[in-house]
Design a protein around this ligand. Structure first.
Ligand SMILES: Cc1ncc(COP(=O)(O)O)c(C=O)c1O
Length: 376
């Protein structure tokens, strides 16, 4: 059965990138590797919209999250975590694991972080070392106003650390301009690669914390990555197939241009929201992001919708995580998901809802998508 991967990561890998992943591997302590790595380094600065170095590590996104905690802090330090979902909560879990005191500026899942809350928490706790938050909270489909938070945190001694794992590439994000001190991301979302690579960039303010950090570390010691970066190398054996593919990913992103990609996702997000509403489903997020849309579904059929869609029609969407399991569905529109994928996905979703007893008139979802697409 043909598969449609409409999940917010991993995403479908375009053929240009998949072909690179199939090339024979080569040795990494060579000029050949250094040239590729230097090319990638330049491209990543564009993707992250930063003048600072972006390091590549062999890990899933959570590895970069752990790196951003273990390298910036010391046991007993205090941080603010502004979370609005499962992945935001992960910052607090990692930090507590390292003996860090966590102050919450979090909101209920589905809501967006309130920059004023972050400001208040910073005023009440002038000794915090950092604020950790999430750009697009994939578990709820919420976008956070990182620009506003950056403006607030930059006026204090604390650094702002942002998880842009799912939102980078697909939604406007400007590391330097928005005064974000540390950003992390991963390969299996906007980069359209297989899972396995993570990225991290720090500015000078964040590096000051690195120099003061006393947490013991080895594989995730960012100073090692910095040292090898200058020579076009990574400290440990890199996943060469993914690195070769990353070069192609960055090339494709540069070729299409970030602004065009942001607009592409925006259009698909608009059509997705319209289709959800046409199916009688209420949007779950207070401020929906541009890379995934979540909607509430009847709890008695929530899990069945995702399973039936995948097993009967080959269409994978995501369900809810944690307490939201069975209560929401999440439909992605990032990477190489296109207009026709939306039409196919929503037509099948509509059929599954009808099969599960939801009263909807046939053709509503596709008509809503068409309406948006025909207007642009
Ligand atoms: C916003 C966000 N943060 C963190 C993660 C965790 O990344 P990984 O599963 O690659 O470790 C994800 C994965 O979906 C994510 O979307």
């Amino acid at each position: 059965m043909k598969r449609y991967l409409l999940t917010p990561g991993p995403v479908t890998i375009p053929p240009e990138i998949a072909l690179k992943e199939a090339l024979p591997i080569f040795h990494h302590r060579t000029d050949e590797f250094a040239m590729i790595y230097k090319n990638i380094a330049k491209g990543l600065k564009y993707v992250f919209q930063t003048e600072n170095e972006v390091y590549v590590l062999a890990a899933s996104g959570t590895g970069a999250m752990e790196m951003a905690v273990a390298n910036l802090l010391s046991m007993g330090d205090k941080i603010i975590v502004a979370s609005c979902g499962n992945f935001g909560d992960r910052w607090a879990e990692i930090a507590r694991g390292y003996g860090i005191e966590v102050i919450s500026a979090s909101v209920r899942w589905g809501k967006t972080i309130k920059p004023a809350e972050v400001e208040r928490a910073l005023k009440e706790n002038p000794d915090v070392k950092a604020v950790y938050t999430t750009f697009t909270e994939t578990s709820t489909g919420v976008a956070n106003d990182i620009k506003a938070i950056g403006g607030i945190v930059s006026k204090t001694n604390a650094v702002l650390v942002v998880d842009a794992i799912s939102g980078l590439v697909g939604q406007e994000f400007r590391t330097d301009e928005w005064k974000v001190d540390a950003v992390i991301s991963a390969s299996q979302k906007g980069f359209m690669l297989a899972p396995g690579l993570a990225f991290i960039t720090l500015n000078g303010k964040a590096w000051e914390l690195v120099d003061a950090s006393k947490i013991p570390k080895f594989y995730f010691d960012i100073k090692k990555y910095k040292k090898f970066y200058a020579a076009g190398e990574t400290p440990f054996t890199p996943p060469l197939t993914l690195i070769t593919a990353l070069q192609e990913s960055v090339r494709l992103i540069e070729e299409r241009g970030l602004k065009n990609i942001w607009n592409d996702c925006k259009l698909l997000a608009k059509a997705t929201r319209a289709a959800m509403k046409a199916l009688g489903l209420e949007l779950f997020s207070e401020v929906p992001c541009e890379i995934v849309t979540s909607a509430s579904v009847p709890v008695d059929i929530g899990v069945k919708i995702v399973k039936t869609l995948r097993e009967k029609y080959g269409v994978s969407i995501a369900g809810g995580q944690g307490d939201l399991k069975g209560r929401i569905i999440r439909f992605a529109h990032l990477g190489c998901i296109g207009k026709a994928d939306l039409l196919a996905g929503f037509t099948c979703l509509e059929m599954v809802l009808i099969e599960l007893g939801v009263k909807i008139k046939k053709g509503k979802a596709a008509a809503a998508v068409e309406e948006i697409l025909l207007r642009t």
